[in-house]
Design a protein around this ligand. Structure first.
Ligand SMILES: [Zn+2]
Length: 300
């Protein structure tokens, strides 16, 4: 595993109104993002969008020029653990499509929610399904393909992986495939019951993540504060420092060895004071200050 020695670049889930390059690049510049995550289709639908070759090429070049690592997030409907065959089929098609799109765009990873078994006593069946349906997709990827980053969910409704420890059987079902990684969402793991706000809580959670899946698997962090209490199983993101997690755990996150060199993006409210981007600009600046140790007053 290559040594990750650089500081984590901080960015956002970007908006791309008007096109990936036309909307996305000005957004990256407006919020000061050093990393970016995008949807390459309707996040609430199944449609597989081909993309505009001109916009795609401009976006890839623009991000490379800026040194901004990029990630694609799959649609929310994706659930490889579903008991409904049509959903599993569409989920696999969507993951394969997003991996191919991300590969052409030069992205580092594709984020997919860990999913849910949905019904009672389906956990083992859902893991078998993961193995039978998703492992061939991973095996078919070319060398240098983006990694598939599994994101533990908030823990509602028979989640397949909500706590970081639940990634153990999930990774085992997929043979710890070399192109498998993790997207760690602070709001989700908080909702799943990891007490990130206790002193050392973030560090302990990230230690446990690394103990479960091994070093080098963390590919992306979603840095979000939460509107709900620890263990709520609810997934409502808010501005960093204005929720129940608070600012200090994010300093702990950015100092953790597992996060060295790993991109961190916010999925917090983008608007602030009437500006469509000021919320993200503020959160990115705050996280950058925490990372660089220049936000002592706020973190105290
Ligand atoms: Zn997330």
């Amino acid at each position: 595993m290559h040594p990750r020695s650089s500081v984590p670049p901080v960015g956002a889930h970007i908006q791309i109104k008007g096109g990936l390059a036309k909307g996305g690049l000005p957004y990256i510049d407006a919020v000061g993002a050093a990393a970016a995550q995008v949807f390459v289709g309707n996040p609430r639908g199944w449609k597989l969008t081909a993309g505009d070759p001109t916009q795609d090429a401009l976006f890839t070049a623009g991000c490379a020029e800026r040194g901004v690592p990029t990630f694609v997030h799959t649609p929310f409907l994706v659930n490889v653990g579903s008991p409904t065959e049509a959903t599993v089929e569409q989920s696999i098609a969507s993951i394969a499509h997003n991996l191919a799109r991300a590969g052409r765009l030069g992205c580092e990873g594709v984020v997919v929610h860990a999913g849910s078994a949905v019904g009672e006593d389906r956990y083992e069946a859902a893991l078998r399904q993961l193995r039978e349906r998703l492992l061939p997709v991973l095996d078919g990827l070319p060398d240098g393909a983006p990694r598939l980053l599994v994101e533990p969910t908030a823990g509602g409704g028979k989640a397949l992986a909500a706590t970081v420890e639940e990634l153990g059987p999930y990774f085992a079902a997929l043979d710890f495939h070399p192109l498998l990684g993790v997207c760690f969402d602070t709001c989700h793991v908080w909702a799943a019951g990891h007490d990130l706000a206790a002193p050392g809580g973030m560090t302990a959670t990230l230690d446990s993540l690394e103990a479960t899946v091994g070093p080098g698997r963390l590919g992306l962090v979603h840095a979000n504060d939460s509107l709900d209490e620890c263990g709520s199983k609810r997934d409502r993101h808010t501005t960093i420092g204005e929720g129940s997690i608070g600012v200090a755990p994010f300093a702990e996150l950015l100092a953790h060895p597992s996060v060295a060199g790993v991109p961190v993006v916010v999925e917090t409210p983008s608007e602030l004071d009437g500006s469509p981007t000021a919320g993200h600009a503020r959160d990115i600046a705050l996280l950058r200050d925490l990372r660089d140790g220049t936000a002592a007053a706020e973190a105290a």
